[in-house]
Design a protein around this ligand. Sequence first.
Ligand code: 5GP
Length: 146
Amino acid sequence: MLKNNEIDEILITEGEIREKVIELGGKITRDYQGKDLVFIGVLRILKDLDETIVGKDVLVVEDIVDTGLTLDYLLRILKSRKPSSLKVCTFLNKSARRKVKIKVDYLGFDIPDKFVVGYGLDYAGKFRNVPFVFTLNPEIYKGELK
Ligand code: 5GP
């Protein structure tokens, strides 16, 4: 359970996320109509793909693009496998800290340079299940909030 004193600021509400998911889902559905789309979700780069992507339309789905280094690395690998198209969808984009150029084709939200949690994003394994995106009370990082 999330405690009220754990939240610093709510950046994106549950309703805003719901609307954006519907909007992006509709756009992706329209753009790829009649195509055989392969979604690639990135959790950790430990396991390779189960299927070939040669000649396929590929959409990489990320939680957040920060420096862009992780995605840049992954896109290089995927591109070398000769997909028919390769695009990027990210829930959050922190462009202030970008180190490499990344073209984001489908974007949920631009956010400021802050560490965020919720809606899949965690801090020390916590807060992933919270249905909105927020910044943490700084006391949490100091281990002073129990
Ligand atoms: P990048 O390679 O773009 O710097 O890092 C991307 C990864 O860093 C994300 O997939 C995510 O795991 C982690 N990350 C970057 N910013 C945040 C943030 O604000 N909150 C959380 N929970 N993870 C982040």
